[in-house]
Design a protein around this ligand. Sequence first.
Ligand SMILES: *[C@@H]1O[C@H](CO)[C@@H](O)[C@H](O)[C@H]1NC(C)=O
Ligand SMILES: *[C@@H]1O[C@H](CO)[C@@H](O)[C@H](O)[C@H]1NC(C)=O
Ligand SMILES: *[C@@H]1O[C@H](CO)[C@@H](O)[C@H](O)[C@H]1NC(C)=O
Ligand SMILES: *[C@@H]1O[C@H](CO)[C@@H](O)[C@H](O)[C@H]1NC(C)=O
Ligand SMILES: *[C@@H]1O[C@H](CO)[C@@H](O)[C@H](O)[C@H]1NC(C)=O
Length: 249
Amino acid sequence: MTQSLSLAVFAAAALFATKGLASNFTVSNGQIFTPGFVIVDSPQPDTPLGGDNVEIALDVSANGKLPLPPYGDDASSQIYNINIFLYSYVTGRNLTITNGTASANNATLGDIMLSEPGSTVKHVRWTWPDCMVGDGTNGNDRGSYNISIHQRFRLNGENHYTIFDLPVSVTNSISKSDDRPSCQSLDNPLLAPEDIDWTDTNELGALFAPGDSTVIETSNVGSGAGLASCKHALNLLCVVGISCALLLS
Ligand SMILES: *[C@@H]1O[C@H](CO)[C@@H](O)[C@H](O)[C@H]1NC(C)=O
Ligand SMILES: *[C@@H]1O[C@H](CO)[C@@H](O)[C@H](O)[C@H]1NC(C)=O
Ligand SMILES: *[C@@H]1O[C@H](CO)[C@@H](O)[C@H](O)[C@H]1NC(C)=O
Ligand SMILES: *[C@@H]1O[C@H](CO)[C@@H](O)[C@H](O)[C@H]1NC(C)=O
Ligand SMILES: *[C@@H]1O[C@H](CO)[C@@H](O)[C@H](O)[C@H]1NC(C)=O
């Protein structure tokens, strides 16, 4: 299993490396592939954003390859959580869009995996906070940002934590309103690039793009329930699983 996975990962890295660089994306049919199960349907990189709120459409199933929650505790592939921040080294802001905990008026959003049950695409709608009000680049903290998608997940028995930064610009008009949360209440410390651990992100590279042969195991680890997915390099693991099952019976 480890061998097939690392081969697949190697192939993916060779074909589609993104390496966390803003200018290098794996895009196919308008979908942006990330180092994880998330596929960004919108917005596209470098889109100018504004209006009342921002809407981010994310496929959280690798285009239907990963089932939706609830997952078994020991499911060998599953999403633990998806946190999203909006940050900028230009303005110094690092705002929480979602960290799993909804705050008053949904200023920060709750667990997106639980939103829109039954849908593999989650539409993350977040009200622009007060420091984004303005037009063009006129206004407090407007300009270039990253929508930063942090995925904590398990893929074929291995845990991962990856970061995917999608560059956007907050330059379309955002109107003043008393309903806007304060940026201060959403702000987090902004880490320097060298203080962020990109190892896992860079090793994985973009996953599940066309041509990527990564096979997702969804069975429980070592439960033997995944015999149907027993093929190719997984044979050995399954044989071991069967022998154990025979010994135990
Ligand atoms: C984009 O990724 C490819 C493949 O790894 C690499 O050769 C290229 O240098 C990258 N381009 C930029 C601008 O980082
Ligand atoms: C967006 O993220 C990339 C790294 O992923 C970083 O190099 C770039 O400076 C960030 N952009 C802004 C506006 O902070
Ligand atoms: C946040 O939005 C969700 C979905 O629209 C809604 O069910 C929930 O009541 C809202 N929570 C708060 C604290 O406003
Ligand atoms: C979520 O983000 C908000 C705003 O940044 C913060 O106040 C809260 O403590 C965070 N919660 C968790 C569980 O990290
Ligand atoms: C933004 O804040 C979150 C939550 O504290 C943190 O995990 C993330 O690394 C921060 N991003 C940057 C670029 O500092």
